[in-house]
Design a protein around this ligand. Structure first.
Ligand code: ATP
Ligand code: MG
Length: 421
């Protein structure tokens, strides 16, 4: 048997791969217009970064990491998410010593050893945006609006925004204690009981129905918020409303890490079954300090490209029309000399800004014309020995079938003229 891609991974092939590129482009367009700069970090980092920056009690660190030892004996991990790397990089290069907030966006592969299924892969792609070093409800609202605009830019109408706040240093401890008291009284397995002690908010995020059923009466953060957190959250909500971004308050929405504070949100799509989250994010005021940096209140999100494309397919937005017209011009050379001339003509056309491809492998006219039809081109340029002798080529309009002889020296200008609309 020939080799297969590893479990939980897949290849992006045309034309779907083009749609993946288009999704990345559309999801990042809004942040690029809002002063966010592009950052690329390594695909692997010291394992310690994720253990500290994502948190030992999380699913990611406890069971989903691709960790390995390199030949120098270092423990490295393929990145499971982007935020920890971005904060590491900002601290390492002192970007936080300049103007704040530091606004960055990224686009890249993430790796998690998960139970592979539709919408849940071991290798997937995220677009992320982070704004570091400012505590301002307008910044939280800005990021949420930019993500919502990204989805809207793709034509998606079924993406819903769920919104919550997690409190801060002031009010979170009181809530945590109340939640622990409630959870300790439930019938839960041993790993979950341990989680209550380390990171009780994570338990609220447990997806098992038998656990969810017991959580119905759990205390909610909203009932424990301090005045400052209440006011902050009210302001975020009112800014979202002013920007025309609809949301649903979800008092049970959590991000289970201790350094997540205040604003928390998730974008969900109902056409995706149980893998409904297409993106999520929130404020992480404590993360920089967890990584040995100064206090750097920050907010960010990560959007899943794979699930966004699935959502588009669910809405019928990713059909054949996006796979249209790979090239504008297709060359059909008939014979050795024609192939040489056609090669140069293609080069000229491309340098003149047209999308052009030609038939390769010495096909006959029938096979080559089939290639022209499949290419999606508007025009075929057919060159045979008689054409060369006459110093011209046949330019065929593939839609109407009309064919005219055009002097070789005028092909580029003629096609440029005809294709400009
Ligand atoms: P879930 O609850 O579905 O596991 P998550 O909370 O682990 O999601 P985040 O870490 O917040 O997800 O990542 C942000 C986005 O990245 C998710 O909303 C989702 O769209 C996407 N994503 C996360 N894990 C995967 C995966 N294994 N395969 C494909 N996309 C993923
Ligand atoms: Mg997950």
């Amino acid at each position: 048997m020939t080799l297969q891609a590893p479990k939980g991974t897949f290849d992006w092939l045309p034309p779907r791969s083009e749609q993946a590129l288009a999704v990345r482009e559309a999801l990042t367009a809004p942040v690029r217009r809002a002063g966010y700069g592009y950052i690329e970090t390594p695909v692997f980092e010291d394992t310690a970064l994720f253990v500290r920056g994502v948190g030992e009690s999380t699913d990611i660190v406890s069971k989903e990491m691709y960790t390995f030892e390199d030949k120098g004996g270092r423990s490295l991990t393929l990145r499971p998410e982007g935020t920890a790397s971005v904060v590491r990089s900002v601290l390492q290069h002192g970007l936080h010593n300049g103007q704040l907030p530091v606004k960055l966006w990224y686009s890249g592969s993430q790796f998690r050893y998960e139970r592979a299924q539709k919408g849940r892969y071991r290798h997937f792609w995220q677009i992320g945006a982070e704004a570091l070093g400012a505590e301002d409800p307008a910044l939280d609202a800005e990021l949420i609006v930019l993500a919502a605009d990204g989805y809207a830019g793709l034509g998606l109408t079924g993406v819903r925004l769920l919104l919550n706040t997690l409190g801060d240093k002031e009010c979170r401890p009181g809530y945590r204690t109340a939640l622990q008291d409630f959870l300790r009284a439930l019938d839960l397995d041993e790993p979950t009981r341990q989680r209550i002690e380390i990171n009780p908010l994570r338990v609220l995020d447990d997806k098992r129905p038998e656990v969810q059923a017991q959580l119905a009466g759990a205390p909610l953060v909203v009932d424990h918020l301090c005045e400052a957190c209440k006011a902050y959250h009210e302001e975020v909500r009112s800014l979202l409303t002013a920007a025309g971004v609809a949301y649903t308050d979800d008092p049970r929405l959590v991000r289970g890490l201790d350094y997540y504070t205040r604003t928390t949100f998730e974008f969900v799509h109902d056409g995706l079954g149980s893998q409904s989250a297409v993106g999520g994010g929130g404020r992480y005021d404590g993360l920089s300090e967890m990584l040995g940096g100064p206090a750097l209140p920050s907010v960010g999100w990560a959007l899943g490209v794979d699930r966004t494309l699935l959502a588009m397919e669910a809405e019928g937005l990713a059909g054949a029309e996006t796979a249209e017209s790979r090239v504008q011009v297709y060359g059909v050379p008939l014979g050795e000399e024609a192939r040489r001339r056609m090669f140069l003509l293609m080069t000229e056309l491309r340098r003149a800004g047209l999308d052009a491809d030609m038939s390769f492998g010495g096909k006959g006219v029938k096979g080559a014309m089939k290639g022209a039809d499949r290419s999606g081109a508007s025009y075929a340029v057919i060159l045979g020995e008689r054409d060369i002798a006459a110093g011209s080529a046949q330019v065929k309009d593939l839609a109407s079938g009309d064919q005219t002889a055009v002097p070789l020296a005028e092909i580029v200008t003629t096609l440029k003229e005809r294709l400009k609309k």
